[in-house]
Design a protein around this ligand. Structure first.
Ligand SMILES: NC(=O)c1ccc[n+]([C@@H]2O[C@H](COP(=O)([O-])OP(=O)(O)OC[C@H]3O[C@@H](n4cnc5c(N)ncnc54)[C@H](OP(=O)(O)O)[C@@H]3O)[C@@H](O)[C@H]2O)c1
Length: 439
């Protein structure tokens, strides 16, 4: 069969990322097309509201009136989905693949939620699906796990995969500002959405972890199977105490690790040592440490979101895919190791079953007997205390007491905290931050 000289794209979405891809194609067209060996052309673009004022003015004839226009066009080889959301993104992707179109998508939510269905449809219709931009924007971590580390049993993934929360935690640390103040700064700088809920509460990081761990461990991990905690409860005081007293920094980590044939998948604030590889990942940057049984630890670092980094990742997918379309081999060999039932992983561990060290901040009335009562309950639950800190002494008023523990079973810690929180001298629900391995 002859090589295809023009590869046509039907694009769904022309917002921040869509326009970034358009600009990148114009800027680096010579390089991109030389790598593909064919001309790359965006033939139609579907948006919600054609008449909207946009940063980029493009010929109005490029806009499609409905999705069927893209699907029914036999010239269109690739559907590029940069629309986001679950619906109609899921339906658009499934319909496109059923009609023989290859896919590039940046949509982490739809992949995390409908992974099996999307992958099965791609296989069934022998089309390729690429999604590098769905996790950590410009960092090629999907390619690294999927291709570069393919010979390894992956042992663990430790990642800062949400730039917004990383920016907030670092700014709180460096400028001694509280959470709300810093969130407002992040929103003003365009680093946090007007509604930042999905970033702050860890849901965005969980979507990314679902994709990363499904690929890395050849085991389908649903977002609902991931334990999620956000950064809302972390105070400036916790950040300062962790730094001054324990030489640790708070990071929102996405963690996946295998132990005894069980997989832990969790997203939560974590206190890591200041000299840990991920401690130096600052601002809105992302960093992911992947440990393989052969290669050891590898680290990936860069901007995890934003127009240019994300467009860079999407375009790399388009280049790979367009090259195989041009050579008439697209869909012949699946581009991902989509195995979903790894027999070496017996189950996904519940959060109650993990073992960790803990930072516990009790808010109590300063009166005799408080510490001994707390210590007794911890002891009864097989939790050994590593350190106790009580800085301020205000008689009769509430004071923070920080206790760190040695390794303990989370179930025991939760049960102990339930009892302690019910004691008459406890004024606020106790804050727990995991001081996870990394040491
Ligand atoms: N922003 C980032 O830094 C980043 C990073 C990595 C991945 N991503 C992913 O990239 C995707 C796009 O993000 P974005 O920031 O570019 O979003 P965005 O700026 O909100 O753009 C969304 C685009 O989709 C169009 N759209 C929405 N609903 C539609 C529908 N029902 N039918 C047709 N078009 C529809 C919108 O049309 P109108 O223009 O007419 O409103 C808009 O052009 C998301 O999946 C996101 O998770 C984003």
């Amino acid at each position: 069969m002859d090589q295809k000289s023009v590869i046509y794209i039907g694009m769904v979405g022309f917002g921040n990322i869509g326009q970034g891809i358009y600009k990148l194609l114009e800027k680096n067209r010579n390089l991109i097309e030389a790598k593909i060996g064919a001309h790359l052309q965006i033939k139609k673009i579907l948006v919600k509201e054609i008449s909207k004022t946009r940063e980029l003015m493009i010929p109005p004839s490029l806009f499609a009136n409905n999705y069927e226009e893209l699907i029914a066009d036999p010239e269109i080889d690739i559907i590029l989905e940069v629309m986001g959301g679950l619906h109609p993104a899921r339906e658009f992707l499934l319909e496109a693949m059923s009609n023989g179109k290859h896919i590039v998508t940046a949509n982490k939510a739809v992949l995390a939620m409908f992974w099996e269905e999307i992958i099965e449809t791609a296989r069934k219709h022998k089309v390729d699906i690429y999604f590098e931009a769905s996790v950590c924007g410009g960092i090629p971590v999907i390619q690294a796990i999927n291709d570069g580390l393919a010979a390894n049993n992956i042992l663990s993934i430790w990642g800062i995969v949400n730039g917004t929360t990383n920016f907030i935690l670092e700014k709180m640390t460096n400028e001694k500002k509280n959470f709300k103040e810093v969130l407002t700064i992040a929103q003003k700088r365009g680093l946090a959405e007007p509604d930042p809920t999905l970033d702050i509460n860890g849901a965005d990081a969980a979507h990314k972890l679902a994709i990363l761990s499904s690929l890395a461990f050849s085991k389908r991990v649903k977002p609902s199977e991931i334990y999620i905690e956000g950064i809302e409860k972390i105070t400036l005081q916790d950040i300062e105490t962790a730094k001054e007293e324990f030489g640790r920094v708070v990071k929102l980590l996405a963690i996946a690790r295998v132990e005894d044939e069980e997989l832990e998948v969790r997203v939560h604030p974590t206190l890591i040592p200041e000299d840990h590889l991920l401690a130096s990942v600052g601002g809105e940057y992302n960093g992911v440490v992947v440990e393989g049984d052969v290669v050891g630890s590898t680290m990936y670092y860069g901007l995890g979101a934003g127009q240019k980094p994300t467009a860079s990742a999407v375009m790399s997918d388009l280049i790979f895919l367009a090259r195989s379309i041009s050579d008439n081999v697209a869909g012949e060999v699946s581009n991902c190791w989509f195995i979903t039932d790894n027999p070496q992983i017996r189950k996904i561990r519940k959060i109650e079953e993990i073992n960790s060290r803990y930072y516990l901040r009790f808010t109590v009335v300063d009166q005799p007997g408080v510490l001994s009562a707390i210590a007794r309950i911890l002891g009864e639950h097989q939790i050994s205390i590593s350190s106790v800190i009580q800085k301020e002494r205000k008689k009769g008023d509430k004071v923070p007491v920080i206790i760190t523990t040695y390794g303990a079973l989370e179930k025991n810690v939760q049960e102990a905290l339930k009892k302690i929180n019910g004691l008459p001298f406890v004024r606020e629900e106790t804050l727990l931050i995991r001081m996870d391995r990394g040491e």
